[in-house]
Ligand binder design. Sequence first.
Ligand code: TMP
Length: 229
Amino acid sequence: MNDQPAKKSNKGKFISFEGGEGGGKSTQLKLLAIALQESDIDVLETREPGGSPDAELIRTLLVEGETDRWDAQTETLLHYAARRDHLNKVILPALNKGQWVLTDRYADSTMAYQGYGHGVSKKAIHGFYQFIAGNKQPDLTIILDLPAAEGLARADMRANEKAIKIQQKEDRYERMGLEFHSRLRDGFLDIARKNKKRCMVIDATKSIEEIQTNVRKLVFKRFRLAADE
Ligand code: TMP
């Protein structure tokens, strides 16, 4: 219970969802958005790479095509070009209007995929972040964690169900192999250890309902919102 309902808050909160493939970030983000809206919070749902019209164009370059289409440095720069546009045109204006921004992936994905996964200098990645965003950080980052093999199997099943592979071919990263995905899972856990105040790890091997219960508890407690149950 709390004494500061969200309605009285005039500053938006910035929440990122992170993790490897198949952890259910998009589903959990949508369910959290519904819960927040039920608490009279104005929510903006967005994603990376993408989230603004021009960043979505860059997304296509990143998520389609051969796995070796870009070298790791070029790939990092493309993610950062997209992020800068998204931040300036969508995220910051929304936060300034008092909206809560929920993003499906943000900068920790670059550290995990390009840094821990592809071996790009972590110092350079930190530098790019500061260059495009200064000290602005999410207020909370929720990392949905599950073993890489399980996540890849889930992502594959989902893609087949929706026939995404035939129509959209947004599977460039999924094709990068188990070792790559295991490295980035460890990377996300390391990022969480190094950013204990901002990052919370949630077990994503559980059911959608159980995960959502944990996500809501965490968010409602962190931001002192009145729980509806
Ligand atoms: P999505 O499948 O979650 O929409 O994300 C598209 C892919 O982009 C996903 O496989 C992770 C990858 N990615 C990076 O490699 N670096 C980044 O900075 C971001 C935001 C995503």
